[in-house]
Design a protein around this ligand. Structure first.
Ligand SMILES: Cc1cc2nc3c(=O)[nH]c(=O)nc-3n(C[C@H](O)[C@H](O)[C@H](O)COP(=O)(O)OP(=O)(O)OC[C@H]3O[C@@H](n4cnc5c(N)ncnc54)[C@H](O)[C@@H]3O)c2cc1C
Length: 435
């Protein structure tokens, strides 16, 4: 197939793979990137919020030509029961800055743009090519890959596994375990198309501004899950993700849950009259710090979702993917500059550098959160949202019932729903996990 040897082979052309390939190619390394999809982005799903800072560190002037939808000026967090939402909204004109902090993007377009940058930087990018196996030498060091194309093996000093959450290549090679159903969420998402001005009117936005709604509560039907709605230029991305183990235990179907979200009285008017043109489903790593596998070995490193580097508590993934891809590339370049072999002993540098970054520091800080939310999902995603709605309604409804009686009724509902001790223990555990 390809006779020459590369400095690095990157498996996957998602956020992490593109970040790694671009960084290495733009510093003169001979890079081959292999992507199984018809084009970069054809297999990729995201909400999607792009965090500008992490891309700026790779392509400082990305705003000049990247396909960006809206810059975000408002974030809404809704706690929902079946008929209501209690909201925390944050909106600031500060986000109308010269270089906005967050944008909505459409991954199919964005990944194509990113891949063009990778090619322009000098990397060879081959699509419709699935890497089927890692090639090892007599000492078990990874020295290349086999693909589904005829022609055998391709060799490189190092292979970067940027193959996404399932990471079949790495799991088949025994580099890490298949992610457990309790540490991955299955998210389903639809694209609802509406005229630009209708979106702006419904969300109170000026041209180019965007709004995000993230929602928890009875919408996830007793499962640990999150609903999301992101405004693009002429479309709204609407979706919901819940733990795979919860889907299995509750015998729920993702599309039924998404349909219920679409029909919620707080969501329905926001998408009314829209035309649905796309439907997608994808896994999200949710295990946090404790789910991170071995990150490097003889001749290989793993980055992005394949390394489970996803901060589910803050709903961040692509920024961790880009940063881990960039840092892996920088570590590889340092090893190469020192004229050292790409062995486990030398590639530990990638882990050391990653540990100093926000990626591992953030995941470590919230290391107990995933387990807490996942094991108490009925409390956090059903009981407490229902109580919050009841308390809010008691507060705002004026009906001649003395306030003291209403407060007693709210307290009684809390006690009935959950013993005092249970509530206190949930709150204490939450506070400890968040500290
Ligand atoms: C519904 C949803 C909403 C999300 N919203 C957000 C958000 O708003 N903001 C955010 O920051 N993150 C979000 N994320 C997370 C984000 O999408 C991921 O963290 C990010 O895409 C990970 O990038 P990656 O490069 O590691 O993997 P991916 O983007 O999944 O890329 C992996 C690539 O590898 C290719 N590949 C796999 N196996 C092979 C093989 N054997 N050979 C060749 N190619 C292969 C795939 O085709 C794919 O192109 C969301 C995720 C989902 C599912």
């Amino acid at each position: 197939m390809i006779k020459e040897k590369f400095d690095a082979i990157v498996v996957g052309a998602g956020m992490s793979g593109n970040a790694a390939a671009y960084t290495m190619a733009s510093h003169g390394l001979k890079v081959l990137q292999l992507e199984r999809g018809e084009y970069p982005g054809s297999k990729n799903v995201q909400g999607a919020i792009l965090y500008a800072n992490m891309l700026e560190k790779i392509i400082p002037d990305f705003r000049d030509d990247a396909p960006l939808e809206r810059h975000l000026v408002e974030q809404r967090l809704w706690v929902m029961d079946d008929t209501s939402h209690t909201g925390l909204h944050y909106r600031s004109d500060d986000f109308n800055e010269a270089k906005p902090n967050r944008y909505t993007i459409i991954r199919a377009q964005f990944d194509k743009w990113f891949s063009r940058k990778v090619r322009e930087a000098g990397a060879t990018v081959l699509c419709e090519t699935t890497v089927t196996e890692l090639v090892r030498d007599a000492k078990d060091k990874v020295v290349g890959v086999r693909t589904d194309r005829a022609g055998g093996e391709i060799f490189a000093d190092v292979v970067i596994l940027a193959e996404g959450v399932c990471g079949l290549l790495g799991t088949r090679a025994g580099l890490r375990e298949i992610p457990k159903p309790r540490s991955v969420a299955l998210a389903v998402k639809e694209m609802h198309f509406l005229p630009e001005e209708v979106i702006e009117q419904r969300f109170g936005l000026k041209a180019g501004e965007g709004c995000v709604v993230e929602a928890v509560g009875t919408i996830s039907r007793n499962m640990a899950g999150l609903g999301f709605l992101y405004t693009n230029k002429e479309s709204i991305s609407l979706g919901i993700g819940c733990l795979v183990s919860d889907f299995a235990a509750m015998m729920e179907s993702p599309y039924v849950v998404l349909d219920a979200l679409k029909n919620h009285p707080s969501i329905r008017p926001l998408i009314a009259g829209s035309e649905v043109k796309e439907y997608a489903a994808h896994l999200i790593p949710e295990g946090g710090y404790r789910a991170i596998p071995q990150l490097f070995g003889d001749g290989w490193v793993v980055v992005g979702d394949a390394a489970q580097l996803n901060n589910a508590v803050h709903r961040e993934g692509s920024n961790l993917a880009m940063t881990s891809g960039r840092i892996a590339a920088e570590a590889i370049m340092q090893v190469k500059t020192r004229k050292r072999p790409m062995t486990k002993q030398n590639l530990v540098l990638y882990k050391t550098m990653l540990e100093k970054s926000f990626v591992i520091k953030d995941l470590k800080k919230y290391k107990d959160m995933p387990a807490l939310l996942h094991t108490n999902s009925q409390n956090f995603f059903t009981t407490y949202p229902q109580l919050m709605s009841k308390a809010a309604q008691n507060f705002v409804r004026v009906d001649g019932i003395p306030k003291i009686d209403k407060e007693k009724a709210t307290t009684a509902a809390v006690i009935k729903a959950r013993s005092r001790l249970g509530l206190v223990s949930d709150l204490v555990r939450l506070a400890f996990a968040w500290r």
